[in-house]
Design a protein around this ligand. Structure first.
Ligand SMILES: NC(=O)c1ccc[n+]([C@@H]2O[C@H](COP(=O)([O-])OP(=O)(O)OC[C@H]3O[C@@H](n4cnc5c(N)ncnc54)[C@H](OP(=O)(O)O)[C@@H]3O)[C@@H](O)[C@H]2O)c1
Length: 276
């Protein structure tokens, strides 16, 4: 089965359009905060801007500049901005300091200490949308993580770590292994998993001999090979053994973008009610 992200995202956009219709025009902006975005971030930002145009939400790109923390503080106070996505990684700025300065209510990616802490306490306000996208895809296609062995490759604050926490939640009840660049014998850990999630950023990292027959494979990776967008998974080979697999493009990425806009509306609502 191909786990098509477009169908998942369409159901999310359906709700978003309804809310926007009810609210009427003149919505505040969504800011993409960046410095020197790499090719995968540039492509991601372009797709967010395009989607914003379709929905009638203005998406602004703001450069981190020479005083990124001051710039974030300015955005925090700016009522014409409802939410911010900090394009990770910031190459020239102290990303930790930027995330500490960002108002959690405008943190659309759920990467501030406050929002990440919410996941640990099983009461997240914003979970990072990429991690959430993986959960949405599993849910939409009726793949229940309960009691399953799940191996995640990648431990970033945007994907691997929050996803592990979401899968570990009581009620979700996955059994999670998280691998990273210092892990030994990753193949044996993916091979023993019912569900494999790859968020590494290396093309064709997950090969056929790393996946057991019938496993579910979720590819978070966004890589460019000869100008072509590919994931982390050797799709042609792995799709022969997996029972279900996300394509790239058209998998996790489109769901992540939809969730970002869902978070934007959530953020707007909370800001208006001044709920902290
Ligand atoms: N589809 C989407 O919506 C979406 C959203 C966000 C990101 N992405 C993509 O997902 C990928 C990961 O993003 P990210 O932000 O999590 O990246 P990141 O911060 O660079 O993290 C990459 C992770 O992969 C691990 N890793 C790197 N090389 C490895 C190796 N040889 N063996 C095992 N683990 C290795 C790193 O380990 P260490 O921690 O030890 O360094 C790290 O934990 C990228 O391709 C990115 O473009 C996609």
């Amino acid at each position: 089965m191909i786990l098509d992200g477009k169908s998942v995202s369409e159901s999310i956009y359906g709700d978003i359009r309804k809310t926007i219709e009810e609210r009427g025009p003149s919505l505040p902006s969504l800011v993409l905060f960046c410095d020197e975005p790499d090719s995968s971030n540039r492509s991601y930002m372009k797709s967010i801007v395009k989607q914003g145009e379709r929905l009638g939400i203005s998406v602004l790109t703001v450069e981190a500049g020479s005083s990124p923390v001051d710039e974030i503080k300015r955005i925090n106070e700016d009522p014409s901005v409802a939410g911010v996505m900090v394009m990770h990684p910031l190459k020239n700025a102290d990303e930790k300091a930027v995330m500490l300065a960002l108002d959690p209510l405008k943190d659309l990616e759920g990467r501030t200490v406050y929002n990440l802490g919410g996941i640990v306490n099983d009461e997240e306000f914003f979970a990072p949308p990429t991690a959430e996208a993986v959960m949405e895809i599993l849910d939409y296609y009726g793949i229940d993580p309960k009691g399953r062995d799940i191996t995640i490759v990648g431990r970033s604050n945007t994907v691997g770590k929050p996803l592990a926490l979401l899968l570990l939640k009581k009620g979700v009840d996955g059994t999670v292994t998280v691998c990273h660049s210092r892990s030994r014998d990753i193949g044996s850990k993916t091979l023993s998993a019912d569900i494999v999630v790859s968020a590494v950023g290396i093309a064709r990292f997950i090969k056929r001999d790393m996946i057991s027959p019938g496993a579910v494979v979720i590819d978070v990776g966004i890589n460019f090979v000869d100008g072509k967008l590919v994931g982390d998974v050797d799709y042609d080979e792995v799709s022969r053994v997996a029972s279900a697999i996300t394509p790239v493009p058209g998998g996790v990425g489109v769901v992540t973008t939809a969730l970002l806009f869902k978070h934007y509306l959530k953020s707007l609502e909370r800001l208006e009610q001044n709920i902290r």
